[in-house]
Every structure is written in structure tokens, then in C-alpha cells.
Design a protein around this ligand. Structure first.
Ligand SMILES: Cc1cc2nc3c(=O)[nH]c(=O)nc-3n(C[C@H](O)[C@H](O)[C@H](O)COP(=O)(O)OP(=O)(O)OC[C@H]3O[C@@H](n4cnc5c(N)ncnc54)[C@H](O)[C@@H]3O)c2cc1C
Length: 492
């Protein structure tokens, strides 16, 4: 029986561990932190629980397929979100509710975008074709070389060529005229860690995944139930997880990785190694590869940072929906600033998730758990976070004004993560929340590979390798790397 050592207990590491254990491998997982989950984590404090990162997912069928592959019942329950989310612009009392039902959605835009339903149908038809024509060829595929990738791309219908040259924003403005429709429909580009102005129009396929294809889902009892469910299954499958152990060095032998060495100097050997830590960061800081030297890492294209904070408040907020976006009045100017401007952001844009809305167990009786995400520059562009309290307070004031209820005096629990915390907790390069951006030169065969350039027995899984960021992508990534590991083990 082959031994597999997985570094990192994020969703990618856990899912791969279960897939391989079910195929007869002896699996051990090493995690730097005291808890599993990586960015999909949980804070328990002052009687409240908060999801730290992901608050919903799309492509639910990827989780179902994963459970089927592992021959288990999915160890958590998910609930479809309707509305998907709400959006409010400052100085505008109206709140837009985004529904998958096109008629209900069109009603929201009736006064600002004439003919919305027809325009949206056309836009979604195009995004749907993009999704259908790329998902199997590009997203759910292993690539052995750049040539292999380019040949795969040539199989994509050439009708999509023009979107390669356009931005997400351009594609949206070609379909809608009102600022409200344009800004709301292009918001999903922020989910990729950049703005609609510098995200390729190919990713308008995300509009199809949110509004038509499968929608968004929340997990019953909180997102961390995904991790807890997987941990139960891993235990049943005999997978051992060692916490509080960071890998910092390695030993090699004859073109193979021999062992990984943790921060206490302990060496851990295995037949096969899988890295779930960021694939670029690990190649840079542990394997010390030239192609990932600090100078080269700085030149790569990284996603924005996130300032996240978690509030436990006394009292309920019946007027606030589960997922909410609060936008200002200067969308384009803001988008151009948000990645790079180191100054304290004025009137930031932000997202609020009322965690306790669907999961009452997350807050004591009569209280609410709130999770705020504010896009900010990563540490390459803003190094000093001494102004974090000032930014957080300005958001709390703005939120209070918009919901007509001052929550400041009711705060009984408060935790703040700046990009510095995201970096130190999960080894995310410069606190960039979603790792390497999804630019043309950093996707597919140009993304850090899921197989190692030097060690034949070493592979990578997770958001930092193929296909990319997000929970369903981590599940797809676990399938792709498992295929590689099984093939390698069969040969050896
Ligand atoms: C604020 C925020 C909100 C998000 N919201 C959503 C959302 O709503 N929906 C969605 O689908 N996605 C969302 N995402 C993205 C999603 O969280 C990630 O794509 C996904 O969780 C990545 O999983 P992973 O397994 O690839 O990596 P990670 O979760 O980063 O796991 C990697 C693990 O490796 C460990 N590690 C690193 N280095 C070492 C080392 N040297 N030794 C030992 N262990 C190590 C880390 O501690 C970590 O546990 C969000 C991300 C953020 C930051």
C-alpha cells in the first residue's frame, strides 16, 4: 500500500485525502494550524460562531459527484439561496434583490433598465454557451504541457474568440445601459479577486452559473459543517491528521522527494506527496525554486486582499437579508483604486453576511452574527494596517446608516483580519485572498501545475493550481490530482 503525505488541510487537501483513502492509499495530512479547513474556517468567540471565508458556493453538483466518487452520502446539507443576494447603492433607499427567476429579477430593474428581461436572456444565453463550451475542455481537464493546453483551447468553439480580447465590464456594457444593471451584474467579477475592469469577459460564464445554471447555496448550520463532515469521513477511512505542524524544508533523492521537514526539524517521508498549501508559495519558500524566486513572485499578478471582520451583536436585524452588497456612487473610480491605493479607503464598498439568519445556532438567543468582507489592496500595495480600526468603524457607521439601526453600541464580540492575518494564518502570498489572479497567463497550463516540475512523486491541489479559486474548483482540483496520483502509483 502506497503512503501519501498531504501538506495542508484546506478543502483541497481534505477532499483529496478522502478520495485517495477510498482508493486504498494510506493517507496522512499535516496542517500548520490547530484546525482543519484552511480559508473555509470558523471562529468561535463570546458565544458566537462565524464562517471566516466562504459564505456560499455554486455548482452544488460537484459536491454530489465527489460524494458519489467516494461512495459516501454527502456529509452536510445545503440550502439554495433565494434571493441570491441583495445590493444597495449609497444615497439610494432602494435595495435590489437578485433572483434566479428571471421575471422576479426583471421586476427589480423595471424602472431603470427598459427591456431588462430580453437583454438578460440574451446575455445569459451567451454566458451559458461560454460555460458549456469550456467546462469540460478547459476547466475539468488535466494538462500535461502548454501544447496540450493550446490544443484543448483550439477545440473551444471559435465563436468565443472575441471575448478573449474584452473585459468583463465591456461585455456587460454591451448588453445593459443603466449603471444599476451594469454594476450589479458585473459584481461577480469581484468573486475572482479582481474587478470587472481587469477580469476577462470569458468569466461572464459566472453570471450563467449564478443566475441560471445552479445558483448559490448555503450550508445548514454554517459553512464549517462542510469541514466537520469531511473530517468524520476521513476518520472513518483511517486518515490521520497532524495539526500545529508547518512544513518548512525538504530532502530529495534521485529526482524524487524523499521527505518533508517541519518547523521542529522532524522529517516525514512518504511514497507520494501532495501539496495543498499555495502551489506558488510552496515552490518559492519550501522548494526554493528559481522560477518562484521572491523577485518573480512579486512580478506575478496577485488578487486583492480582504479586510474581514466578525461582529456579534445584541438584538436582531430583521431588515437585513442573508447576503448583502453595499456599493457607493463611484464604482469605476473605486474599482481602479481598490487593488493598489494604500490610503485609508473612503466610503469602502463591502459585503455583509448575516450568518445567524439561516443558522440561528451561530448566535445566542436574541443576537446576530455578522461577517463583513471589504476588498482592499494586498500587502504588495498597502503594507501598513494601523488604520484597520478606522476603516472598520467607518464601515460599521455606514452600515448602521443604511439599515436605519445603529449597531455600534450593541457590539459584544469583534474580530478583525487584515491581509496580514490572512497571510500569517494560511501562508497566502502578501495576504492576497484568492492567490494568483485568473489572467490569461495564469490559468490552464500557465497556472502553477498540479504536478511538480522536478519531483515525479509530488503533486499539488487546491485553488492555487488548476482550475482556480472557489470551493467547487477545489473539489474539481481534488479529482484532477487524484487522477494523476493513481496513474503515477499504477506505473510505479
Ligand atoms: C474572505 C474570503 C471569502 C471567500 N468566499 C468564498 C465563497 O463565498 N465561496 C467560494 O466558493 N469561495 C470563497 N472563497 C475562496 C475559497 O475560500 C478558497 O478558494 C478555498 O477555500 C481554497 O481552498 P484550498 O484547499 O485550495 O486552500 P486553503 O484553504 O488555503 O488551504 C491550504 C491549507 O494549507 C495550510 N498550509 C499552508 N502552508 C503550509 C505549510 N507550509 N505546512 C503545513 N500546512 C500549510 C494552510 O494553513 C491551509 O489550511 C473565499 C476566500 C476568502 C479569503
Amino acid at each position: 500500500m502506497k503512503n501519501v503525505l498531504i501538506t495542508g488541510a484546506g478543502l483541497g487537501g481534505l477532499a483529496t485525502g478522502l478520495r485517495l483513502a477510498k482508493q486504498g492509499f494510506a493517507v496522512e495530512i499535516i496542517e500548520k494550524n490547530a484546525k482543519a479547513g484552511g480559508r473555509l474556517n470558523q471562529i468561535s468567540k463570546d458565544g458566537f460562531t462565524f464562517d471566516t471565508g466562504p459564505s456560499f458556493f455554486s455548482m452544488s453538483y460537484e459536491f454530489e459527484e465527489f460524494a458519489k466518487d467516494c461512495d459516501i452520502d454527502l456529509p452536510f446539507e445545503y440550502v439554495e439561496l433565494d434571493p441570491l443576494y441583495s445590493v444597495n447603492f449609497s444615497n439610494d433607499p432602494k435595495t435590489y434583490f437578485l433572483h434566479k427567476d428571471i421575471k422576479k429579477l426583471a421586476a427589480q430593474f423595471a424602472d431603470v433598465e427598459p427591456g431588462f428581461e430580453k437583454k438578460m436572456e440574451k446575455y445569459l444565453r451567451k454566458s451559458g454557451r461560454l460555460f458549456d463550451d469550456t467546462v469540460d475542455i478547459v476547466i475539468k481537464n488535466n494538462f500535461d504541457s502548454v501544447l496540450h493546453y493550446l490544443v484543448a483551447l483550439m477545440r473551444v468553439n471559435p465563436v468565443h474568440l472575441p471575448v478573449l480580447a474584452r473585459s468583463f465590464w465591456k461585455q456587460v456594457t454591451m448588453n445593459f445601459t443603466s449603471k444599476e444593471a451594469r454594476q450589479i451584474i458585473s459584481l461577480v467579477a469581484f468573486f475572482l479577486g479582481r474587478t470587472p475592469f481587469d477580469t476577462m469577459a470569458v468569466y461572464t460564464l459566472l453570471s450563467y452559473t449564478e443566475f441560471r445554471h445552479d445558483g448559490y447555496y448555503n450550508v445548514k448550520g454554517g459553512m464549517y459543517n462542510i469541514v466537520e463532515g469531511l473530517l468524520r469521513e476521513l476518520e472513518k477511512a483511517g486518515v490521520k491528521i497532524t495539526y500545529n505542524t508547518e512544513i518548512v524544508d525538504f530532502e530529495e533523492n534521485n529526482g524524487q522527494l524523499k521527505s518533508l521537514i517541519d518547523a521542529t526539524g522532524k522529517s516525514r517521508s512518504a511514497d507520494i506527496f501532495i501539496i495543498n498549501a499555495d502551489a506558488a508559495v510552496f515552490r518559492s519558500s519550501v522548494f526554493r525554486r528559481k522560477a518562484f524566486s521572491e523577485r518573480r513572485m512579486q512580478k506575478m499578478n496577485w488578487t486583492m486582499g480582504y479586510l474581514t471582520f466578525y461582529l456579534g451583536i445584541k438584538g436582531k436585524l430583521p431588515q437585513v437579508n442573508h447576503h448583502n452588497y453595499y456599493l457607493g456612487t463611484n464604482y469605476q473610480e473605486y474599482a481602479l483604486q481598490v487593488m493598489k491605493n494604500p490610503d485609508t479607503p473612503e466610503k469602502p464598498y463591502y459585503y455583509v453576511n448575516v450568518v445567524s439568519k439561516h443558522n440561528p445556532g451561530c448566535a445566542p438567543e436574541g443576537c446576530e452574527s455578522l461577517f463583513f468582507v471589504c476588498p482592499v489592496p494586498n500587502l504588495l500595495f498597502k503594507k501598513n494596517w494601523d488604520d484597520r480600526d478606522k476603516i472598520v468603524d467607518s464601515i460599521i457607521h455606514d452600515f448602521s446608516k443604511r439599515i436605519g439601526q445603529d449597531i455600534m453600541p450593541d457590539i459584544i464580540s469583534k474580530t478583525i483580519y487584515t491581509p496580514e492575518d490572512w497571510q500569517s494564518q494560511f501562508n497566502l502570498y502578501k495576504g492576497s485572498g484568492l492567490g494568483l489572479s485568473h489572467t490569461m497567463g495564469q490559468i490552464g497550463a500557465f497556472r502553477p501545475k498540479n504536478w511538480d516540475e522536478k519531483f515525479k512523486n509530488t503533486f499539488y491541489v487546491g485553488a492555487s493550481t488548476i482550475p482556480g479559486a472557489g470551493l467547487p474548483m477545489a473539489i474539481i482540483s481534488s479529482k484532477l490530482v487524484t487522477e494523476r496520483v493513481v496513474k503515477f502509483a499504477d506505473k510505479g
